[in-house]
Design a protein around this ligand. Structure first.
Ligand SMILES: NC(=O)c1ccc[n+]([C@@H]2O[C@H](COP(=O)([O-])OP(=O)(O)OC[C@H]3O[C@@H](n4cnc5c(N)ncnc54)[C@H](OP(=O)(O)O)[C@@H]3O)[C@@H](O)[C@H]2O)c1
Length: 323
């Protein structure tokens, strides 16, 4: 009896130890990869270490006219890369292109495309990219709107969000991968979200599309590893862009919202160093703490939060209408 109790206790200890090791490995793997990559130039100076030498001179950024995409494009241009920015509003796109060209004296090409249109936009994008050796693709474009029940959304809204958040990342990757395989190098960065880590009531479809992005990225990373093509999945918390304009609470930055320049500077630093990142140390702490709790609890807590944001944005909407 005593022997079997001892054995049971050893098994429980072993399972506990294994769970702790797995948790720590999962959470600190990215940090170790970054440290390893930072030290690599000292031990292997013969390898290419700047982004243009490592992946190629041209980068394509979807949703590159504003927010994280614009910040990312500026960071790459600052490092000497030429950029192609894709977005749907011609004037804003051209203004961003001029701003980047003036600041960093690199080439900037614009492609006007509305990803919500689905299949029809990709032939045009393919033609525009024909002569460009794409080294880095940043699948950044995304759409959410303020929280609401999934079944209250219009059919058009649902198709838009699927086309933008799921269609664009899949089809844009499909366009550049053959070229990257042929070049024997490249990087694909997919911007998901912290909401990809659990179901999120009232942002149900958005969170589900971002889970898709995360799953696709991790699988693609394995498929492309042998061709020296890096795939990075990014899971940000809140970044202060117009994406969250519907909520004063989020926009004021009280909930760990990060200014976009600060965020993209840190995010670009991780490119080629780690396959999965939150992009910024504060987001990593939020993610670490959140993962200590089971998925169902995170999901229920988020429900309280999204319900608050929903009520807040409704109040703002009423106020705007009254003024
Ligand atoms: N901001 C956050 O807190 C946060 C958190 C987690 C994840 N993310 C993810 O990060 C990514 C970027 O978000 P963001 O905050 O930078 O958003 P943002 O400020 O709203 O910028 C989105 C960009 O995408 C473009 N765009 C929007 N709809 C488009 C369409 N149908 N076709 C082509 N281009 C379109 C926008 O162009 P226009 O300016 O012309 O509309 C803009 O350039 C998204 O995938 C989002 O899900 C953001």
């Amino acid at each position: 009896m005593a022997a079997s109790r001892e054995m049971l206790s050893s098994v429980i200890n072993l399972v506990g130890l294994l769970a702790i090791v797995c948790f720590l490995y999962d959470n600190f793997r990215s940090l170790f990869s970054i440290l390893k990559a930072v030290l690599e130039p000292y031990f292997r100076p013969q390898l290419p270490h700047n982004l243009a030498d490592k992946f190629g001179k041209w980068a394509v950024i979807t949703g590159g006219s504003d927010g994280i995409g614009k910040g990312y494009a500026k960071e790459l241009a600052k490092r000497g890369l030429n950029v192609v920015i894709i977005s749907h509003m011609r004037e804003e796109l051209i203004a961003t292109a001029k701003e980047i060209e003036n600041l960093y004296k690199t080439e900037v090409k614009c492609i006007v495309a509305d990803f919500s249109k689905g299949k029809e936009v990709y032939e045009h994008i393919k033609k525009e990219l024909l002569d460009i050796p794409v080294g880095i693709l940043v699948n950044n474009v995304g759409y959410a709107a303020s929280p609401d029940k999934f079944y209250n959304r219009s059919e058009d809204f649902l198709w838009n969000i699927i086309n933008i958040n799921v269609g664009a990342v899949t089809l844009m990757s499909r366009i550049v991968i053959p070229q990257m395989k042929q070049q024997g190098r490249g990087a694909i960065v997919n911007i998901a979200s912290g909401l990809a880590l659990q179901p999120t009531p009232l942002w149900a479809v958005y969170a589900a599309t971002k889970s898709y992005v995360r799953s696709l990225s991790l699988a693609m990373e394995r498929e492309l590893f042998e061709y020296n093509v890096t795939v990075q999945c990014v899971i940000p918390s809140f970044v202060l862009t117009k994406f969250i304009h519907f909520s004063e609470l989020l926009s004021r930055g009280k909930l760990f919202g990060t200014p976009v320049e600060k965020y993209t500077r840190s995010l670009v630093f991780t490119l080629g160093k780690t396959q999965q990142t939150t992009g910024y140390w504060r987001h990593a702490i939020i993610c670490f703490i959140a993962k200590l709790f089971p998925e169902w609890l995170r999901s229920r807590t988020l429900h309280i939060f999204t319900d608050y944001i929903r009520k807040e944005s409704l109040k703002n909407l009423i106020k705007e209408k009254e003024n």
